[in-house]
Design a protein around this ligand. Sequence first.
Ligand SMILES: *Cc1c(COP(=O)(O)O)cnc(C)c1O
Length: 381
Amino acid sequence: MKFETLLIHGVTEDKGTGAVNVPIYQTSTYKQAGIGDNKGYEYSRSKNPTREALETQIAKMEEGLRGFAFASGMAAISAVLMLFKSGDRILLSEDIYGGTFRVIDQVFSRFNLKYDVFDPGDPESLQQKIDPDVKAVLIESPTNPTMVITDIAAVAKIAGDNGIITIVDNTFMTPYLQKPLLLGADIVIHSATKYLGGHSDLIAGLAVVNKEELGDRLYFIQKSTGGILGPVDSFQVLKGIKTLAVRMDRHLENAARVAGYLRDSNAVDKIYYPGFPEHPGHGIQKKQAEGFGAVIAFTLKPGYDIDKFVRGLQIIALGESLGGVESLMTHPATMSHGSMPRELRQRLGITDGLVRLSVGIESAQDLIDDLQHALECASIH
Ligand SMILES: *Cc1c(COP(=O)(O)O)cnc(C)c1O
């Protein structure tokens, strides 16, 4: 079955009624015939048929063994972090998602889970940070917001050779474009809030593993700590997934056009988009993924005011998040990366003048016209 078909038919119709969609099993519990005699469902924190369908579907999409659905991307990430214990150390891409950095730096650190950062553009720098306490490496590719490409296979190889596990946050790519487990990763994480849900109408997180032992441990954490996704949201994510391929195709096409426009504009200074041949990660991206994604970050030249620019947008909304059908602009320094130390932000290029655009599936021409108009508003000459 090809991926596009899997998106529609990965989880089959309801056995009882033939309904073509997985029903929303809005129930906390299940009637049991006798002691220990049940139909495989006992209590919805441990298992719910709607959530189970989504978990099966994401596992198939990532070509993994077992999937798990959580109340948010951060709940998925937190559950994965609970696989480790006090004294363990995790190595992070230095420009990891701000919320991931925050939960490790300010929450898990209180339980003595340690971390260090490495340059994801240089997998060799990872080797130098490995010592017996290091138990995992956590990466994203592309990174957010400066679109650094990590060679996932190279990182997974170094990690594997040292007996440590590789965790990849695949939110920006989705399994339509990139399958980290096939590149050697052990765990894939998603904020399904983004492209998988796809409509900016829910918060959800997913995790997929390809080893039984990791699956058993993560399942134990999921049911013990309880950060599960509810049945209605599970249904909504399944619905979003059905159109993933067609949405992503349009996202990619629009992003390439918008990136080209921005590159040609004399108001734009730096631009971060892995689809440009001169992007340092372009070659690796072509090798490990099926497209360049639809997120573009850029800065404006001196003489343009960033606040006037975002206020001048009429179609593209200023707001947190990405991956929805509608285009969204964010200001990473005050939004997604607000809790990252300023000094680290500066070093990574997350300056106060940087904006990030999640290109939606509207008319590309309308988006370009909107940017053009906002750039005219931003000129302070
Ligand atoms: C949004 C996001 C998260 C967090 O997910 P939530 O669903 O907001 O909790 C994690 N990683 C990446 C890359 C994200 O974009």
